[in-house]
Write a protein that binds this ligand. Structure first.
Ligand code: ADP
Length: 625
């Protein structure tokens, strides 16, 4: 029989498994049981929805048989089974290539531990077995097939005999080595304990042949041994249990078992609603984003059960996009088993549940922010951007629900601050919430435009994510305070100074008018600045669109070139201004040169590209000569 080779990436993973020194080898059983349970879910669902199949509830189980003599652990399930092709496809390559990508990145820092955290499913069998045999008969098929592998050198598939639909997995348990004991995986008490620990909530019976003893018939003192099939797990799904009976470890283990993430969740939310509509849910707020979270590949959604039967793996309609990071499941008795995806989308019950869930998540995050600020900030580092997108998207229709979950680093303590905290410590004369947009906090701190606002003692929020300024446009105000960019033409800082601006402006009007004609088509206005204290020049916005927004919009593929209306502001108290005045009166050519230079400098400070760098460099050389 020809050996088939594992795909390259699977081989790497297999190698990791075989040689793992991982201490939690016991999780292999959780992985295999979880696969078996998924396969039974599929079969059970079929049986319930296809009238032609007759069945008993007792037909669905997982059975574990230990054989010390032959060193085998066999796991039998009555699930949907696998065809020859499915054996080849599913077990020949690793399903989630993404998880391997992820492992490559993290292996170095976390070592082998990542295996247990992420769970790699079927392959974990090789942590404890040197030969793995899978015999399977798929539902609807008359033939059964056997997949067999001794690890890295590949696998074979051949016909075999198996009467019933389902899958048997036979593990040939490794021999004990000097420092690793594998015998324990053939011990009844040990296997029982592992099932209790990781798989107690599996909804199908996990049975074992257990050796018991009883009084011999007719005897009063003589005992005899006999085999008895016992169900090991309690079978009550965790979401149906009472919160008080569960520890946070139970929830964490469930998160792991379900492969919701490789991290420890920051929070779990256990919901039981009874009333006009009823459902149970367990939701998790992860600590870290999955490797593909901020990509198009990421699919949001919760597992959806109808009266305990899994009907959908990722029901997207249960979560709004801004909470797409939430993991977990929903089980409702109000949903019909037979409902199609299309109909489900319009299902009234589902909509109510989704709305209810969204509210609970929002509340939970608010509580977390209030009571466990540090944890919230960890969460926010991972998912804050998603919340900001939520404020922006759908024309701001969710802005109101989300605004109190936002945090920004600010000039005051260089720490994250919420809008309400900002407002609470605002000086009395401050009329606006000020922000500055830029690539990084460092860069913003060097922006000339911030000078006046900071001098007034006003706090500035740092907008360093692309989405920030767009999101804020949707909010427009918070507690009646409008938002204002430090780069906006009018800073809204008291009238007196505006008068002063005016006086200066009149005196230098001719100069500015002249400069304006030199910069026609480039800036809308040239004027005296009062916001500048030390810097000679800066750009400000004269229109709706800000300079930062211009930058961002122009990086988007396929967008036409967009330009924000800009004004060039000159610091009339700066030495350079005197040079401008002198040049204006004595040497117009010099003024041309200076104007061009200042214009380009303003662009450079702003982090914008200049039109003609070569000309700029020539100009600089000219004045150096
Ligand atoms: P995952 O379960 O994360 O998809 P696995 O490597 O554990 O990855 O399993 C790969 C695939 O093999 C599963 O998605 C499933 O389709 C199939 N499979 C595994 N075990 C069984 C089983 N006991 N019965 C039916 N199919 C199975």
């Amino acid at each position: 029989m020809a050996k088939k080779q594992f795909k390259a990436e699977s081989r790497r993973l297999l190698d990791l498994m075989i040689h793992s020194i991982y201490t939690h080898k016991e999780i292999f059983l959780r992985e295999l049981i979880s696969n078996a349970s998924d396969a039974i879910d599929k079969m059970y669902y079929k049986a319930l929805t296809d009238g032609a199949i007759s069945f008993n509830k007792e037909d669905f189980y997982i059975r574990i048989v230990l054989d010390k003599k032959n060193r085998t652990l066999t796991l039998k399930d009555t699930g949907i089974g696998m065809t020859r092709e499915e054996l080849d496809d599913n077990l020949g390559i690793i399903a989630k290539s993404g998880s391997l990508e992820f492992k490559k990145e993290n292996e170095a820092q976390d070592g082998i531990d990542i295996i247990g955290q992420f769970g790699v499913g079927f392959y974990s069998a090789f942590m404890v077995a040197d030969v793995v045999t899978v015999q399977s008969k798929a539902f609807g098929s008359n033939e059964a097939y056997q997949w067999k592998s001794m690890g890295a050198d590949g696998y074979s598939i051949e016909r075999c005999t198996k009467d019933t639909v389902g899958t048997d997995i036979i593990l040939k348990i490794k021999e004990n080595s000097e420092d690793e004991k594998y015998d324990e995986f053939l011990e009844e008490y040990r296997i029982k304990a592992i099932i209790k620990k990781y798989s107690d909530f599996i909804r199908y019976p996990i049975t074992m042949d257990v050796q018991s003893s009883r009084l011999k018939e007719g005897s009063e003192s003589e005992y005899e041994k006999y085999n008895e099939i016992k169900t090991i797990n309690s079978m009550v799904p965790i979401w149906k249990k009472n919160k008080n009976e569960l520890t946070s470890e139970d929830y964490d283990l469930f998160y792991e078992e379900k492969h919701y993430g490789f991290d420890k969740p920051i929070r779990h939310i256990h919901i039981s609603v009874d009333g006009a509509f009823s459902y149970n849910a367990i939701l998790y707020i992860p600590e870290k984003p999955p490797y593909d979270f901020y990509t198009r590949e990421y699919e949001k959604g919760l597992e959806l059960y109808a009266s305990g039967v899994l009907i959908m793996n990722k029901c997207a309609d249960l979560l709004p996009d801004y909470f797409s990071f939430v993991k977990g499941l929903v089980d409702s008795e109000d949903l019909s088993l037979n409902i199609s995806r299309e109909l489900l989308q319009h299902d009234r019950q589902l909509k109510l549940i989704a709305k209810n869930i969204t509210g609970k998540i929002q509340k939970e995050l608010q509580v977390l922010m209030k009571n466990e600020r540090e944890k919230y900030e960890v969460f926010y580092q991972s998912f804050g951007k998603q919340l900001k997108y939520g404020v922006y998207n759908e024309y701001g229709s969710n802005a109101d629900q989300l605004k109190d979950l936002l945090l920004f680093v600010s000039s005051k303590e260089k720490k994250l601050v919420s809008f309400s905290e900002y407002i609470a410590r605002m000086p009395e004369d401050q009329k606006f919430i000020y922000y500055a947009a830029g690539d990084s906090a460092d860069r913003i701190e060097k922006m000339p435009q911030t000078e006046l606002v900071l001098e007034k003692g006003y706090e500035i929020l740092y907008f360093t994510d692309d989405v920030d300024e767009f999101a804020i446009r949707m909010l427009t105000s918070y507690q009646d305070k409008g938002f204002k960019s430090v780069s906006s033409g009018d800073l809204g800082i008291d009238a007196e100074e505006k008068e002063a601006d005016k006086v200066e402006e009149d005196t230098n009007k001719d100069l500015f008018e002249y400069m304006k004609t030199l910069l026609i088509g480039k800036v809308k206005d040239v004027r005296a600045s009062k916001r500048l204290k030390h810097h000679p020049v800066c750009l400000t916005n004269d229109g709706e669109l800000s300079i930062e927004m211009e930058k961002i919009l122009n990086t988007m593929p396929g967008s036409d070139k967009i330009t924000a209306d800009k004004a060039l502001e000159i610091n009339t108290s700066h030495e350079v201004f005197q040079s401008l005045l002198t040049a204006y009166n004595e040497d117009k050519e010099k003024l041309n040169l200076y104007t061009e230079l200042l214009y380009n400098l303003a662009f450079l400070i702003e982090g914008l590209p200049i039109d003609d760098p070569a000309a700029f460099s020539n100009d600089v050389c000219k004045i150096m000569k």
